[in-house]
Design a protein around this ligand. Structure first.
Ligand code: AMP
Ligand code: MG
Length: 416
């Protein structure tokens, strides 16, 4: 029997690159594309591009309330004659705007032919039909030409984009009442541990409720996947093998617990017995060092990716976010460059002492407004402390080579 090798422990940077290299090669299921009503596509991955069905804007659009006129007329002191008024939603039926003429115009209205600029109302002195320009402006000022944002036929949102409010706006502007989306990736969640009981069972004093299956299921849903919760698996090699075998119908297998060096940590061995290929068997991070990533030969022809996440609840959440979420996004069809965890920068509210060796992710609370972002550590008892995690809205990232970080130091945070 082969034994699981403890080799293959990578730095965070190498592990991140490894996951991204695999993610970049993934293609979503071509089958099962669904057409959903526009608002129901929020958070899903677009399966065909959104195309401009006409020029955007469809007409030269005034961006200000003011007077449409000819810029050349504003260089002389002679007043202009206001020949009409045009509001958004109205068509100009009058003649072309001629020399020394102006049309009163509202934001969003089509600039009439002949005019090449819009003088803002704030810069205009009006007496009856006479307009005295308050300043000179160049030709084109306050007008977006027809098609300047996107000509007819342009791809506004490429296939493979995660749909958010901005993409919904583009689709709505082009008259899409519904959009095609890729199917949700199905993620098998397998918790292992003799101490675990289902959450609706009263635990005996030495037992633990299986909270990880739920935190990971929630993260899977947040990332647009469909969680498949499997029954708790005891720390038994052949039971773990059986469960993994049953989970191979899914798109991604996530094993929880049993990946450390303990006597009853059988997950790596079970994977090895099933002829798994390992890409890493640990990452120099804290929490989450024992995280495992690899691929199993499937019963069908496509190999199945798996992650083994350490069972300490904070490790489980952090390693999912760092490594499993980007792969899940790619399996779901996401192709845009924004794939992966979200990070931000903030200033430390209080000092953090050095502890070199591992890249640390420490539960923290980020308070940010448009001017500044400050972040403070939440006291914790280590990677099993879900109480601290529940109070956190981010994790401060302390680089592996960092010295003491005094208060006010800018740091990166993982948003989670
Ligand atoms: P392990 O990774 O299996 O060594 O587990 C590490 C710690 O996480 C132990 O204290 C476990 O009791 C706890 N743990 C493991 N699995 C879960 C789970 N599914 N839900 C909550 N805690 C867990
Ligand atoms: Mg265990």
């Amino acid at each position: 029997m082969e034994t699981a090798s403890p080799s293959g422990i990578l730095s965070y940077t190498d592990a991140d690159r490894t996951v991204r290299e695999h993610a970049a090669k993934l293609r979503p299921h071509p089958n099962g594309i669904n057409i959903l009503p526009l608002l129901e596509t929020l958070g899903r991955i677009l399966a065909a591009p959104v195309i401009a069905d006409r020029d955007q804007p469809p007409f030269p659009r005034s961006t200000r309330d003011g007077f449409a006129c000819r810029a050349a007329d504003l260089s002389t002191s002679s007043p202009l004659t206001v020949i009409g008024r045009l509001r958004a939603g109205e068509e100009w039926l009058g003649p072309s705007v001629a020399q020394h003429q102006a049309v009163e115009i509202m934001t969003g209205a089509p600039v009439p032919p002949g005019a090449d600029c819009v003088l803002m109302i704030e810069h205009s002195i009006v007496e009856g039909h006479r307009l005295r320009p308050g300043r000179q402006i160049p030709s084109g000022e306050n007008i977006v030409p027809a098609g300047a944002e996107a000509p007819l036929g342009t791809t506004l949102v490429p296939s493979g984009t995660r749909i958010g409010p901005k993409q919904i706006a583009a689709a709505a502007a082009c008259g899409y009442p519904a959009l095609p989306v890729y199917p949700r990736a199905r993620v098998a969640i397998l918790a292992t541990g003799d101490e675990l009981v289902p959450i609706d069972t009263r635990p005996r004093p030495f037992q633990i409720r299986n909270s990880n299956s739920y935190s990971i299921a929630a993260q899977v849903i947040e990332h647009g996947g469909e969680p498949l919760l499997f029954p708790i698996i005891p720390d038994d090699l052949s039971e773990i093998e059986d469960a993994i075998w049953k989970a191979l119908d899914s798109d991604l297998v996530i094993l929880l617990g049993g990946v450390s060096m303990g006597k009853y940590d059988f997950v790596e061995q079970a994977l090895l017995n099933l002829h798994a290929e390992f890409f890493f068997t640990g990452v120099r991070i804290q929490p989450g060092k024992p995280v495992v990533f690899g691929r199993l030969p499937d019963r069908s022809s496509t190999p199945r990716y798996f992650f083994g996440l350490p069972g300490n609840p904070v490790s489980t959440m952090v390693t999912f976010s760092l490594f499993a979420a980007p792969l899940l996004a790619a399996l779901s069809g996401q192709q845009d460059t924004g794939i992966g965890p979200r990070f931000a920068e903030a200033r430390l509210a209080a000092a953090i002492p050095a502890k070199p060796g591992l890249r640390r992710f420490l539960p923290a609370y980020l308070r940010a407004d448009a001017d500044r972002a400050s972040v403070r550590l939440i006291p914790w008892q280590g990677s099993g402390d879900q109480t601290a995690a529940a109070q956190a809205n981010c994790f401060i990232i302390v680089p592996e080579d960092s010295t003491d970080l005094p208060a006010d130091t800018p740091v990166r945070v993982l948003l989670l």
